[in-house]
Write a protein that binds this ligand. Structure first.
Ligand code: ADP
Ligand code: ZN
Length: 657
């Protein structure tokens, strides 16, 4: 059935190394692994595989269905790319976004792999050329959107070219329970029914057990290899702060990462526009990115970010998926994301290259209401601003309540003071183990809670009791704003109207600011001492746990508002970050020189810079300072083709430094 595919240069290199020929059956795991090691070494220049990569690749070579869940930056692409080179025929990859496909293909081609995509953004001529390559058996990997795969005749075209396997990337998009449901993905289920013998491998970064089960069901996977890695991202440091002065707090985060890439998420387009403009006035190279921009401008902004011409993109949370760069060193949420899954996904765009990165969340309880309004509006409207931005969270009216509940969960996560790494890991059904974390006190060493950056309120239990008691005296019929007003003794008509200026709790916390009291209330909600009831407007009630605190049967911890970090404490050069795990001294000046060379080469080749080499490889070059082609080839991330193509330019730059 399958016509013999032309071997790519990469596959030939692996075979020449004594590994089995590409069309030999890979039933033997040892043979499969040695062929894979050789391919990964030759093509990508990596000397070892990351956790679960080998298992996923072996399953692929054995023609098994698989569901692979690896955290962002875990190296999912390699799991299907390396085996594709060792298989006869072409591997089709389903991906939701053209920009993501383009990045992958640029990277593969730089490494000498025959890869292409078929998308609606290409001209008919370009598409014809790709089809021609496909028919001629010249492609090892073909990327396409799900809607193309189910087009009449396309699957037959693939079968004619010897379809080896189907890869479904971002597979959570198939599930209603996930955070980014895409109706087009649903049609993929039909493929398995029509073509039961084609192996399907699904990949995703974050999937709760229910999403996982749904992926298996929707795709009709048969006895799939279930490979689930930890979703923890140890290279990310999380810092959550109540939002006070948005611009100052955002700038503080940006200044901790000078000349480094960052993404800032906001809820609405107008927030995005305003923040981007304000940052520009402060001299930050920042541009906006949201669904309301003209396609051309949006594309231009995205390209400038990918090409390292600007450092910062301000984006709407629902629309930031296309702005992906592996060397994003910080992600700031200027407002709450729509849910914990979304937070994982969005914050996860930081540090995809595995180097340290920071995730800052500036939250406010008011964000919950902003989202709620936006979602309710989008459920009513089918067109317009709100509908477009919020679509992913509220695909139908039925999901509205669930979507609002998820935002509530996000708020209690943000305002709580549990280790951020631990909370996220447990949320996704894993048991937290801090084996990889160093601190003796059992903390993760990479969040504001464990780093001791949150100052404990000295008399937390007393403050909590004052708040809880005030809620009881207001008969659990008022919201947080009103309760805070009573406690700080506000001189207002509203207080007199309800007679609340006569309560014993009136003015009980008058030495504290409104923000401080609100911060404590939010924490009590997060710790489930208080519950928010939804009526016409949200009201606070005391839970059974809260009553125990009130009676003094339970102590409680609360945190003071964090101080604004004014200095760029903890800031370090990109070169040093990138070189961290090599323990070699790195030449900062040379690193920057190589970075400039990379930008230049990327520009002439029309690809994003990180596709040439990532920062880690640059740091290694800047510390080892190779003098010969052999020394150059031995650096991590330098494969055969890159050594040949890029060696002369980089060796010359290093020699003249
Ligand atoms: P994911 O899709 O899971 O987010 P990627 O496939 O983009 O992750 O990989 C993240 C980064 O890690 C890329 O720069 C990739 O080249 C690199 N990488 C993947 N596997 C390895 C490996 N075995 N050794 C070193 N680097 C790797
Ligand atoms: Zn922690």
């Amino acid at each position: 059935m399958a016509q013999r595919a032309t071997n790519s240069g990469a596959g030939a290199a692996a075979a020449a190394d004594g590994a089995p020929a590409p069309d030999a059956p890979f039933v033997d795991e040892r043979a499969a692994r040695s062929a894979l090691d050789a391919t990964v070494q030759h093509v990508w220049g990596y000397s070892s595989l990351r956790p679960l990569q080998a298992e996923a690749m072996v399953a692929s070579l054995q023609g098994r269905d698989a569901l692979v869940v690896l955290a962002t930056g875990g190296g999912k692409s390699l799991c299907y790319q390396a085996p594709a080179l060792l298989k006869q025929g072409v591997t089709a990859v389903i991906s939701p976004l053209i920009s993501l496909m383009k990045d992958q293909i640029d990277g593969l081609r730089e490494s000498g792999v025959a890869a292409a995509m078929l998308t609606s953004a290409q001209s008919p001529e370009e598409r014809r050329a790709v089809r021609q390559q496909l028919r001629a058996g010249e492609l090892k990997l073909l990327y396409a959107a799900p809607e193309r795969l189910v087009l009449d005749g396309f699957i037959d075209e693939l079968l004619g070219a010897g379809l080896a396997a189907l890869v479904v990337d971002e597979a959570h998009c198939i599930s209603h329970w996930g955070h980014d449901f895409r109706p087009e993905y649903r049609q993929l289920g039909q493929l398995r029914r029509d073509h039961p013998t084609i192996p399907i491998q699904a990949f995703t970064a974050t999937a709760t057990p229910s999403v996982r089960a749904d992926i298996v069901k929707q795709l009709g996977l048969r006895e799939p290899a279930l490979l689930v890695g930890s979703c923890d991202r140890p290279n990310l440091t999380y810092r959550f702060q109540p939002r006070g002065e948005l611009l100052a707090q955002t700038l503080a985060a940006i200044r901790r990462h000078p000349q480094q890439a960052g993404i800032i998420y906001a809820i609405r387009r107008r927030d995005v526009e305003q923040l981007a403009a304000a940052l520009q006035r402060e001299g930050v190279k920042a541009l906006p990115y949201h669904a309301g921009l003209e396609a051309q401008e949006r594309h231009r902004n995205q390209e400038q970010f990918l090409n390292e011409e600007i450092d910062v993109v301000v984006a709407t949370v629902a629309f930031g998926m296309g702005i992906d760069r592996a060397d994003v060193r910080f992600v700031v949420h200027a407002a709450l994301p729509k849910g914990i899954e979304q937070y994982m996904q969005e914050s996860g765009r930081a540090g995809r290259d595995g180097l340290p990165a920071e995730c800052v969340m500036l939250w406010s309880a008011a964000d919950w209401h902003s989202w709620k309004n936006l979602l309710e509006r989008s459920a009513r409207e089918t067109e317009g601003d709100a509908a477009v931005e919020a679509r992913a969270a509220a695909p139908t009216d039925d999901d509205l309540a669930e979507a609002i509940r998820r935002i509530g969960a996000m708020l209690s996560f943000a305002s709580g003071a549990v280790c951020r790494h631990r909370y996220l890991v447990e949320h996704f059904g894993e048991t937290w183990s801090n084996e990889s974390a160093s601190p003796a006190d059992g903390g993760c060493g990479a969040c504001d809670v464990c780093l001791g950056e949150l100052a404990a309120l000295p008399d937390a239990t007393v403050v909590a009791q004052k708040i809880l008691s005030c809620v009881v005296r207001c008969q659990e019929r008022f919201g947080a704003t009103h309760i805070a007003d009573v406690l700080r003794g506000a001189d207002s008509e509203r207080m007199r109207q309800y007679g609340h200026d006569a309560l014993t709790t009136f003015g009980l916390l008058k030495e504290q600011s409104n923000r401080e009291i609100r911060h404590c209330i939010d924490q009590l909600v997060a710790q489930q001492c208080l519950a928010v009831a939804e009526g016409d407007y949200p009201t606070l009630g005391v839970t059974p746990f809260g009553r125990e605190v009130l009676r003094g049967q339970r102590p409680i911890a609360l945190f003071a508002l964090p101080k604004l970090a004014k200095t760029a404490k903890g800031r370090s050069s990109l070169a040093r970050l990138a070189a961290d795990d090599t323990a070699l001294p790195v030449d900062d000046a040379l690193f920057e020189q190589l970075r400039a060379l990379r930008r230049e080469l990327a520009h002439t080749r029309g690809v994003p810079p990180y596709v040439i080499f990532n920062d880690r490889t640059l740091a290694e070059l800047a510390s080892r300072k190779p003098k010969t082609p052999e020394e150059f080839r031995a650096c991590k991330g330098v494969g055969d083709k890159k050594a040949a193509d890029l060696g002369p330019a980089f060796l010359a730059a290093i020699a003249s430094s």
